[in-house]
Design a protein around this ligand. Structure first.
Ligand code: FAD
Length: 521
């Protein structure tokens, strides 16, 4: 009885706190300017949509959703929050493809960035190829922070241009990926998306709309890029463009030996591998595991049995994914260029497979998977993802301890496991994004999707991987970091923590922005 009464009292107190909080929020908003209150949405369906994300792991209940119809609305909302004795937290939400509630807020206001699309009236992406001021930086696109990359691709292709650095999946917002880094198989060559931005418009946590670049207001520029939404809301980004190819040679090479695989990946991203014009344009990799379901749709059907038996024989096969872009003018040499690197590589003889597709089909490849998964009801399910940056000097230990020691040994079906290296010189250390110290480091992504019944097992496996790395002293950094204690955040940022904190005090002194990251709240 004692225990039950105690639990009931705690529950009642919690309810009282929640009701009082909601009342005080309502009271606060009664004082807000009309331009704000008219754009607050509080119907249960909209509230519930904003209380979840692609991860389906965290659920935070916002007080309201804000539908801005201009950039100045966002400033107004932030100014209003800062004017309160207890400021309201504000979470910009791009496409909510975060995994762990990063675009959510409990009892605060979620800013639905996609509403800005309406305000821009179709002018969210402006491609500039012939502006005289562009001569020093080359062609660029001025893109609203709410825009998604697939639309940027379409708008730029119309002018024969393209961004240089991508993510694997293109239905992500520009503001959301620039708040992390934005990485894919082009990163080794062009750097992450944050390294391909000339200028930003940002509404800071103080409510000021500031244009910033490496030359002007550089502290804000560097803070925001990779800044996990902590310093301001990106409302425009000037993105570097280059000439667009039309087609790609798309190769997959299978390895049964990890050191041959990683050696070849590092060769391909090294200066040797990138000899003059015949450099690879994209290098990624992933694991083929002896577990159903294996997606072999890339490979010709007659080859499926021998691929399956190779995987069965070794338990784990490493696949390099390589791409060379071409167009009419380079078509003649493309096979020669591809052969130039392939001759040097140590994949299992005869296990090289090739496709020839349009540039757009290649870049938008994950969308085909999305459509399939949606049709099977397998898109809106929990995604206990873990993304790590692993120093190249410890990648063999990681293979032994994690791929062979944990993933292969456990009886849960792994999702897609991606692994590919990148060059640290292509990252700008002034920016908030963090990487390991090695000149070359790998991204390793465990992209699990599961039912709620298995969620805890995957979360436990992720913890085991992190624990292994800690015990073995592998200096990893988390990409799209999540769920950290204060001490872990300090460790994640390492020497950058002091600057990160100072920038927070400078640009968002009341810690109102992106509370779902869980860094300052
Ligand atoms: P949201 O989840 O909406 O927001 C992310 C964070 O940024 C939140 O803290 C939010 O408050 C903040 N934020 C949102 N908009 C703004 C803004 N305008 N200004 C400031 N802060 C803002 N990432 C890669 O790098 N490479 C990949 O290949 C890749 N592939 C993916 C594939 C899938 C299927 C999914 C689901 C995710 C993938 N990601 C990848 C991760 C993705 O880049 C990040 O989750 C990114 O944050 C998603 O963008 P979003 O618009 O959904 O951001």
């Amino acid at each position: 009885y004692y225990k039950i009464s105690k639990a009931l009292i705690v529950l009642c107190l919690r309810c009282i706190v929640l009701i009082t909080q909601a009342q005080s929020r309502t009271w606060s908003f009664l004082q807000a300017p009309k331009e704000i209150t008219l754009k607050l949405i509080r119907d249960p369906v909209t509230l519930s949509l904003a209380s979840t994300d692609y991860g389906h792991i965290v659920h935070d209940n916002p007080f309201a959703i804000f539908a801005p119809s201009s950039i100045s609305d966002i400033s107004l909302l932030i100014n209003f929050s800062n004017s309160l004795a207890i400021p309201i937290t504000i979470a910009p939400r791009g496409q909510a493809h975060s995994i762990h509630g990063q675009a959510m807020t409990n009892d605060g206001v979620v800013v639905n960035m996609t509403e800005l699309n309406g305000f821009r009236n179709g002018d969210g992406i402006i491609v500039v190829s012939d502006d005289t001021t562009a001569t020093t930086i080359g062609p660029y696109a001025d893109v609203g922070g709410e825009q998604i990359w697939i639309d940027v691709l379409h708008a730029t292709l119309e002018r024969g241009l393209t961004p240089l650095s991508w993510t694997d999946y293109l239905y992500l917002s520009v503001g959301g990926t620039l708040s992390n880094a934005g990485i894919s198989g082009q990163t080794f060559r062009f750097g992450p998306q944050i390294s391909n931005v000339h200028e930003l418009d940002v509404v800071t946590g103080k409510g000021d709309l500031v244009t910033c670049s490496a030359e002007n207001n550089s502290e804000l520029f560097y803070a925001v890029l990779g800044g996990l939404g902590q310093f301001g809301i990106i409302t425009r980004a000037r993105i570097a463009l280059g000439p667009a190819p039309t087609r790609v040679k798309w190769l997959r090479l299978l390895y049964n030996n990890f050191s041959a695989f990683s050696g070849d990946q590092e060769y391909l991203i090294s200066v040797n591998g990138r000899n003059e014009t015949n450099a690879a344009d994209y290098v990624e990799g992933f694991l083929l595991l002896n577990q159903p379901p294996q997606d072999l749709s890339f490979y010709p059907e007659p080859d499926h049995p021998r691929i399956t038996s190779l995987v069965t024989q070794y338990g784990i096969i490493y696949v390099i994914e390589l791409v060379k872009y071409y167009d009419n003018s380079t078509q003649e040499h493309v096979d020669e260029d591809v052969n130039f690197w392939v001759e040097e590589l140590k994949f299992v003889p005869t296990f090289m497979f090739e496709k020839d597709v349009s540039y757009e089909e290649f870049l938008n490849r994950v969308h085909a998977d999305e459509l399939f998964l949606r049709s099977q009801g397998l898109w809106d399910i929990p995604h206990p993802w873990l993304n790590l940056f692993v120093p190249a000097s410890r990648i063999s230990d990681f293979d032994e301890g994690v791929f062979k020691g944990i993933i292969l040994q456990q009886n849960i079906t792994a999702g897609l496991v991606i692994i590919y290296p990148m060059n640290r010189t292509k990252w700008d250390d002034n920016m908030s994004a963090v990487t390991p110290h090695d000149d070359v480091f790998y991204v390793v992504s465990f992209l699990h999707s599961t039912g709620f019944d298995k969620l805890e097992e995957f979360q436990a496996q992720n913890q085991q991987i992190l624990q292994f790395c800690a015990n073995a002293g592998i200096g990893i950094k988390q990409y799209l970091p999540q769920n950290k204690t204060q001490e872990e955040w300090e460790k994640q940022f390492g020497p950058k923590w002091k600057t990160f904190k100072e920038r927070k005090a400078q640009f968002d002194p009341n810690s109102i922005l992106s509370p779902g990251q869980g860094i300052f709240n």
